[in-house]
Design a binder for this molecule. Sequence first.
Ligand SMILES: C[S@@+](CC[C@H](N)C(=O)[O-])C[C@H]1O[C@@H](n2cnc3c(N)ncnc32)[C@H](O)[C@@H]1O
Length: 586
Amino acid sequence: MLDSGIDALLKWGQSHGAVLDSSIKFEKTENRGVCAFSTRDITSTPSTPQIKIPLDIILRKELSDGYFGKGKFKDADNVNSALKLLVAKLKFDSESTIVQEEDLKAKFAPFIDLLPVGRDTGSVFYWTSEEVSLLENTNLGGSLDAKIDNIIKEWYSTVKLLDKTPQSERDLTLIEEYKTLSKDELVARALDVRSWTSFGAYLWSSIIFTSRAFPHDLIDSECEAGQAILLPILDLLNHDNSAKVQWKFDADGFFSLTNMDTIQEGDEVFNNYGAKGNEELLMGYGFAIEKNKADSIALKVKLPTPVVKSAVEVFGFKIPKIEDYTQFAFNNDSRPSSEATDDDIEDGMIFFINFHNLVPDNLLLLFMFLAKSGFESHPTLRSKLEALQTLRSALERKQALLKQSINMSEDIDPSISQNAKFYRDGQKDLYKACLAEIKHIEKQLLQDHKGQLTNLKKIFKRDEALQDIVEKAFGLETYEQILAEDVADNVLFLWVILHGSLDIEKSVAPEYIIESFKEKLSNTFQDDHLEAFSALADYLAGELQGHEIQSHITAKNLVIATEVLKENSYTRISSDEIIIVDPLEI
Ligand SMILES: C[S@@+](CC[C@H](N)C(=O)[O-])C[C@H]1O[C@@H](n2cnc3c(N)ncnc32)[C@H](O)[C@@H]1O
């Protein structure tokens, strides 16, 4: 569909010196807004950019500084507050916006007029509560309220710095009222923009920045971290994460984009916004890609700060930092990241699971630290096997929630249902792949360390002394009977007490089990802990009357046996079986 707005924008750009490859035609489409198509076969080289935009029409901080005054918003919550407010003014204020005798409103009108507004942006922020319910049990669904909250606070921290706010009472009071509004009421307020300083205007501008801004450091490496610019015309290109593109800012003051793919006549000419997963795309850009190879699951782990710090000290764990994860359309900020702070821990640490790294080493290391027993001062085979189980259980719980069916009502805009489905399906695929990888790692470890592992089946087969007391205590003769009677744990307790207390000839218990039991004999235990084992102790001692083990079957020794086993074993989720693991550092 030819569009007079697109025509006006292109002519305006060219009149300011923008250069456009004549074979690119822009068209408005139903679902993807404006798209760029090629009218002939193109093979580009970096020396023949398709789009060149002069600095004169790049919306940047100098302009907001020029209008509001430098440093005016230095106390606002966002480094781009001033520029966002300026763009909101250019869109929603009917008055002129004069900077150095030039009216920016008139100057940028062709660009501002073509920007999508309201629900046409596709932004999740404008979804109704029914649409948001499509995101139930996803990270995005769970974090949406906090994200809206942040923008409201950012808006207020910005507009309150204005000398006089030409807005009505109604707009300003939103900061006090918004918590009492339902999701749909808040969206209705945000869509009904009555002044350029209102929340609705600021939200729209924020959405424009998230979905189409470029990092300012592409044109000025000295700029403040996180600063953004808007690049008219060039920002009309849609995203393809396989497109090979080059962006460049030349000494002659032009920002250029070259798509280096071989493009055939009629094909869309894309930009590449970077390797973004569907969570980021849907949140920041309002669309998701089916089977997105760049998909990731953001896993938030919240732990007490001292625990995390000790994981750093003892196990060499690295605190992950989230670097401007959803801030910019085209984030390629390559500045070295700063040191992690306590805030990075307190807000919850984020780990990314993606198809190239299904089980991040650092995440596993943290779980190993959490699984470590008192005496383990290094990562061990046992802590790794246990960490794999806890990580697996945690992910299986999340996966089960995600699998619950959701109500895909027919009233919902099909493109919204489709985007939500692509996002959910991508998350499900990743959970599945990640869980399969965890099982694979465990299987490999079990195979590689066969000699360092044992279980009740093997123990029982070889241990005549144990067979003897099990027969007396439970009247059972085979391992299968032990399983059928569900007393495997109790048999292992007896095994530990037997070898820890009596000097059995041809001992088949590993030395570390015996030593660990003996070491703990001098420990004292809380009454309620002992209480929990007194009935079992009485029962077993009663059944084992006349056997030399009988006097050793006490609640205290049972508590010790559980601790010995806990420190030297892990329980496999799949079989609910306790595996005894040699103390082996890995
Ligand atoms: C930088 S703008 C691109 C131009 C945009 N089509 C327009 O009409 O102005 C980014 C927006 O384009 C749309 N978009 C970009 N790539 C897309 C894609 N691969 N599929 C669907 N929508 C896409 C989304 O609405 C996104 O927020």
